[in-house]
Design a binder for this molecule. Structure first.
Ligand code: PFF
Length: 464
């Protein structure tokens, strides 16, 4: 598209550009993007598979040193430009510099994440249906494992549930009821929190409690390898929805008066608490019922039904748990899909419904690759990973960190401290210039080097 054409498309869309309406709305939407399967599915299974406390510690460090500064940077870029990631970076970059490529890579990452994320949401939806129908609950771990295997090894169920999920998310975006879902999420997120607290309280009465707590909080240093560090950093990116333009897109919907650093800190803390609650709900049960903490992606799907089987009203709680998980995942999926939709709408001049339909259409092929990766395509394992695992690995451990490096360099070197500080301080009204200075130094010198080192060591570039 020519420069003039793109400018025209951007300004045409700008007139109809939506945004979050209040401080609470901003917080709910941003938290809605962060909280999702990452907390309830990815965090426990990765912590379990990578040795527990040591992994947790590195994840916390990555969140503080890398995740938080980048989240603040992305939101600031978005709010300054008030446009989708590609247009935003074109607008703020020095003339002709190709920083917009970060937005393009982000769009690719969004498709990759949606491909496997939608499949895990598909399992969650299938579990909701089965729980409501009175199935799944069993105190026999062999049985709960078998139920999960039966689902993921069935190509028809895997595909159909994925399409149900994609249809639903697309439908929500098509109807333009983002406000509706926002309102629903706002009410139901506290419920998810409550249920997790309840589950956690119960789980901590189980005999495996001591073993679980030492697994989660007493590091065994020898288990920390470069690959574990890379995975932990990847989780920090995935959790905070950064490195691929999602927070930039949401930042473009922020209200002018919103305190960006304070919002980012709140979202990070709330998100961490949900993950820790999920961990403390799941691991005591894992150790009590003799599951392996390293079970991987199936962990939540096999332990939770076994835990609820021990509790009064377990069947209802089981349905409630997966319904709330589905809701949390919906908020996150909407935010991932918003990246390609905003780009296609604003830059290509497609209407929002058309942009949504095109996104769903493009998603069908890679989505099916992930959905069938444990059945029809189980034998397709280049480099020993299934297609599902590849989509997960490449997005979290390569694309998002690489995007993070580029965003840090952009803010530190191209956009510059003055503009960044003005955005963070709401044009001087917040008096946080010192913070902007520190963040800018961090983004300029520390963040990119740190990410690069973790990536290269994690990928074994320095080995042998
Ligand atoms: N943060 C979400 C989660 O933890 O489930 C996943 C996610 C959302 C990743 C948005 C990336 C993204 F852009």
């Amino acid at each position: 598209m020519s420069k003039q054409g793109s400018h025209h498309a951007t300004s045409a869309a700008a007139g109809t550009r939506g945004g979050f309406s209040s401080g609470l709305g901003v917080l709910a939407a941003t938290l809605g993007s962060a909280v999702g399967l990452g907390n309830i599915w990815k965090f426990p299974s990765l912590t379990g598979a990578n040795g527990g406390a040591g992994f947790l510690l590195i994840y916390l460090l990555s969140t503080l040193l890398i995740g938080l500064p980048l989240m603040i940077a992305e939101i600031a870029i978005g709010r300054q430009a008030r446009a989708n990631p590609i247009s935003a970076l074109r607008q703020l970059a020095p003339r002709g510099a190709p920083w917009w490529l970060i937005g393009a890579a982000g769009m690719a990452a969004a498709f990759l994440i949606l491909s496997f994320y939608s499949e895990v949401v598909a399992w969650v939806f299938a579990y909701v249906a089965k729980a409501v129908a009175g199935r799944l609950l069993s105190s026999d771990p062999v049985q709960t494992q078998a139920s999960f295997d039966a689902l993921v090894r069935d190509p028809v169920q895997s595909l159909v549930w994925q399409w149900v999920v994609l249809g639903l998310i697309g439908g929500i975006l098509l109807l333009g009821v983002t406000k509706g879902i926002e309102a629903v999420t706002k009410r139901l997120m506290p419920l998810l929190f409550l249920l997790l607290v309840l589950l956690c309280g119960y789980s901590l009465t189980l005999p495996g409690r001591a073993e679980a707590l030492s697994f989660l909080f007493a590091p065994e240093w020898h288990r920390i390898t470069p690959a574990v560090v890379l995975t932990a950093m990847g989780l920090a990116f995935f959790k905070l929805s950064i490195g691929m333009g999602t927070m930039m897109t949401y930042g473009s919907y922020f209200t002018p008066g919103q305190n960006i650093p304070a919002t980012a800190v709140r979202v990070m803390l709330a998100d961490l608490s949900v993950s820790l609650l999920a961990g403390m709900a799941i691991f005591p049960a894992v150790f009590s019922f003799g599951f392996a903490p390293s079970a991987g992606p199936s962990l939540v799907f096999i332990t939770i039904p076994a835990v609820f089987a021990q509790m009064p009203g377990g069947q209802v709680l089981l349905a409630a748990f997966f319904i709330l998980t589905a809701i949390a995942a919906t908020g996150a999926m909407l935010s991932i899909m918003e990246v390609p939709v905003a780009i296609l709408h604003e830059r290509w001049g497609l209407t929002r419904p058309r942009a949504t339909l095109l996104t769903l259409f493009v998603l069908m092929l890679p989505g099916a690759g992930c959905a069938l990766s444990q059945s029809t395509l189980a034998h397709v394992r280049p480099g020993g990973r299934t297609l599902f695992d590849w989509a997960d690995f490449v997005s979290s451990n390569l694309l998002m960190p690489a995007g993070g490096i580029a965003i840090a360099l952009f803010v530190g070197w191209a956009w510059g401290e003055r503009a960044f500080a003005a955005q963070l301080s709401n044009q001087g009204t917040l008096g946080n210039q010192g913070l902007a200075r520190v963040l800018c130094l961090l983004l300029r010198w520390v963040t990119p080097v740190l990410i690069l080192l973790v990536m290269l060591t994690g990928l074994g570039v320095f080995a042998g």
